[in-house]
Structure formats: structure tokens, C-alpha cells
Design a binder for this molecule. Structure first.
Ligand code: PAF
Length: 281
């Protein structure tokens, strides 16, 4: 496994690879878990070489405390990756390497995809994600890049970014990986107490029940039910629950048979923000 810290070294290494062979990219912020390793494994089945970036991107955090508390487990991340394949190229740049002049995001027009859900609650978050992902795609020039569906809104925004910037890469969305109790894998889960982590199975079980109700009950009826479910739980605070069109991410008005919908949720558990989603049809 090759660990590279600078853009120059990375370019030098990538240029030495046989250009007729394919390259996959898995962008991460580290604190790797099975959700990430599933992306790396998928990328390894579809590409000759796979690069994994580990970079806690400051421009996508709208809250300094969240940035400061973001878990950093570089040695454990290396061990996990080494176990999967010795062929990986791991890029771990410093903040100064990525943002040499100013730690600030670019501004994009994501055609409204960034104005709802996560975007409505986290100012500039998707401009920050777009900035780092565009930088990595331009630097690494992968054939394919892999993102988890847990951050489904992010995935759709990255598809839009690639279309807007006309970047020659295929964006691959990969299924959510869950803990045994159904909680979607996330680096933030490590910050939950053992008991709360068990109790947080409530998030996925609520989504599963919402899915069962979809088709027989109205979106308003389902939303009211979800709000009530969380009101009855003192350890959880619901930030939003939305049923939206998967393409435009606009909240559902009236079910249209030809459209695909997902239910999205963001919840605080002991101050830790957890998100999840489920395909409804
Ligand atoms: O999903 C993440 O971990 C991050 O948002 C990403 C895509 C690595 C950009 O920093």
C-alpha cells in the first residue's frame, strides 16, 4: 500500500501507471468503517488501481465544534485498508496542501439540490463538498468514483457537479451498510454511548415502517407519524423527515407512479447528528 501526502507526488505516481488501465477513487474523511471498506472492495472489483483519499475537509463543516470532534484514526485506517489490498494508493494531504491560500469553498449552482434537507440545515456544506470532490477528481482523474447512498443528497449533488463541470468520470452510488441493529454505519456512531447506539436502531426501524405505510397513507400522514414517534423518545431529537423525489430531491406533493421516492431523516442523539434514508418504491 502506498501512502502519499502531496499532490505533486500523487501526480508523479499516477503518471507512472499504465494509462490503459482503469483507476477508481474512493474519497473519504477517514475514521473508516465497513461502509467505506464496501466502497473500496467494490472499486477493486471494477478497476485495476484504486485510490482512497483520507482528508477531513474543513470547508464542508458549518460548525467548528463538529470539525474539531470529527474522529481521526489514521493508523487504524491504514491497517484496515492494508488488510483489504496491498495495491491501494492512499492520499492523505494536509489542509495546507489542499487549501494553500484560503480555506474557503467555491460557490456552485446545484440547481436547488443543495437547498433542501442537509443544505437547509448546514450552510455552505455542499459548496465545501463540491470544492473538495472537484479538486480530487481533477487531480486524480479516476474513471470511476464511489460514494455511499447514506449521503444520498451528496451523491445526487456530486452527479450534478460532474455534469456541470463536465468531468469525465462515472459516479457510482453504493448501498448503505448497516450495523447489526440496523443503524447506518457512520464515523459519528463512535461518539454514541453503547446504550444510545443500540437505541438508535429506532431510526432505521422508523424508516422501514414509513416505507410500509407509503402507498396506503399520505406523505403528510406518514410525516406526522414519524414526528410523533420521535417526540416520544427523550434521547432523540428529529431535525427533519422528508419524502422526496430522488432526482430533484424536492418534497413530494402527490405520489406520481412514474417517479421514484426516498424518505430522508436527520436526528440528534445526545448532540450527535445522524442521517439515514430509504428507497420507498
Ligand atoms: O462523504 C464524505 O465522507 C465526504 O463528504 C467526502 C465525499 C469525502 C468529501 O469530503
Amino acid at each position: 500500500m502506498l501512502v502519499i501526502k502531496t499532490k505533486k507526488e500523487l501526480r508523479f505516481h499516477l503518471e507512472s501507471l499504465n494509462t490503459r488501465q482503469s483507476l477508481g477513487l474512493v474519497p473519504t474523511m477517514g475514521a473508516l468503517h465497513e461502509g467505506h471498506t464496501s466502497l473500496v472492495e467494490k472499486a477493486l472489483t471494477e478497476n485495476d488501481y484504486v485510490a482512497v483519499s483520507i482528508f477531513v475537509n474543513p470547508t464542508q463543516f458549518n460548525n467548528n465544534e463538529d470539525l474539531a470532534k470529527y474522529p481521526k484514526t489514521l493508523e487504524a485506517d491504514f491497517a484496515l485498508l492494508k488488510n483489504i489490498s496491498s495495491k491501494l494508493i492512499v492520499f492523505t494531504p494536509s489542509v495546507a496542501e489542499i487549501y494553500p491560500e484560503r480555506i474557503a469553498p467555491k460557490t456552485y449552482d446545484f440547481h436547488g439540490l443543495d437547498k433542501v434537507m442537509e443544505g437547509a440545515y448546514r450552510d455552505d456544506h455542499f459548496n465545501g463538498v463540491g470544492t473538495i470532490v472537484e479538486m480530487l477528481l481533477r487531480l486524480i482523474e479516476p474513471d470511476r468514483a464511489y460514494f455511499g447512498e447514506k449521503d444520498f443528497q451528496q451523491l445526487q449533488i456530486i452527479r450534478k457537479l460532474v455534469e456541470l463541470e463536465q468531468l469525465p468520470v462515472e459516479i457510482k452510488g453504493c448501498p448503505i451498510v448497516r450495523e447489526a441493529n440496523g443503524l447506518a454505519m457512520s464515523s459519528r456512531n463512535e461518539r454514541l454511548s453503547k446504550d444510545l447506539r443500540m437505541e438508535a436502531s429506532l431510526i432505521y426501524s422508523t424508516l422501514q415502517t414509513a416505507k410500509k405505510k407509503f402507498g396506503t397513507k399520505s406523505a403528510k400522514n406518514i410525516t406526522d407519524w414519524v414526528v410523533q414517534e420521535f417526540q416520544d423518545q427523550p434521547n432523540f431529537e428529529l431535525e427533519y423527515f422528508e419524502i422526496s423525489d430522488v432526482e430533484t430531491l424536492t418534497p413530494i406533493q402527490k405520489i406520481q407512479q412514474h417517479l421514484k421516492y426516498r424518505a430522508f431523516v436527520a436526528v440528534y442523539a445526545d448532540g450527535i447528528r445522524l442521517i439515514d434514508n430509504i428507497a420507498l418504491n
